[in-house]
Write a protein that binds this ligand. Sequence first.
Ligand code: ADP
Length: 191
Amino acid sequence: MKAAIGARVIELTRGDITHETTDAIVNAANSSLLGGGGVDGAIHRAGGPEILEACKQLRASTGTCPPGHAVITNAGRLACRYVIHAVGPVWHGGARGEAELLASAYRSSLRLADEHGLRSLAFPSISTGAYGYPEPAAADVALRTVRDHLMGETSITQVRFVLFAETTLATYRTALSALACGGPESGPSAS
Ligand code: ADP
C-alpha cells in the first residue's frame, strides 16, 4: 500500500528491515545503545560489529539515549548508508506520555535524516514488540507523525514502514486508510 503526500510517498510493506536499500533504516533501539533483541538484534547481526562500535563511541561521548530521542551511525555491511537508532517508550498503560514519546522518537529520526540530506528512510514498528505498545495506537502515532513531517520542509521523499508480521502490516494499512479519509488537504491519498 502507498499513500501520496504531495510529491512524497509513505509505503507499507511486510519484510525484514535489514534487507532495505533506503538511504537509512531506523532501529527500534533501547537507551543503552548496546544492542538488544527483536529488530535491534537483527540489525546488529546483519550489519556486523562496526555498528555496535559506533554505538559504543556515541555512548561514551554523549551517554545513553533517552526515550523519544535518536542517534545516527554507519550501517556496517548493510545495504543502506546509515542506521538511525531511535528509542521508543515502554508501554505503561498510556498515561505516562507514551504517545508523545513515540511521536518524538519518529520526529527525531526524521530530523536526523534531514540533517544528513537523506531522501529515503525505512522504519520498523517502534515500541510494539518487547516494549508492549498496542499496535493500532502506535500505528496511528507513527503514520501521523511521518505524514506531518512529509507535509513540511524536508529532504525525504520516501518513507517505508517495513513490518515483520502480516498482522502488523494489516494494522498499519487500517491506520493509513483512516488517515487518508481526512481528504487530500489533511491526509494522504491512498492507492
Ligand atoms: P521495541 O523494543 O521497540 O518494542 P522490538 O524489536 O521488540 O522493539 O519490536 C518492534 C517491531 O519490530 C515488532 O513489530 C517486531 O515484530 C519487529 N521486528 C523484529 N525483527 C524485525 C526485522 N528484522 N525487520 C522488521 N521488523 C522487525
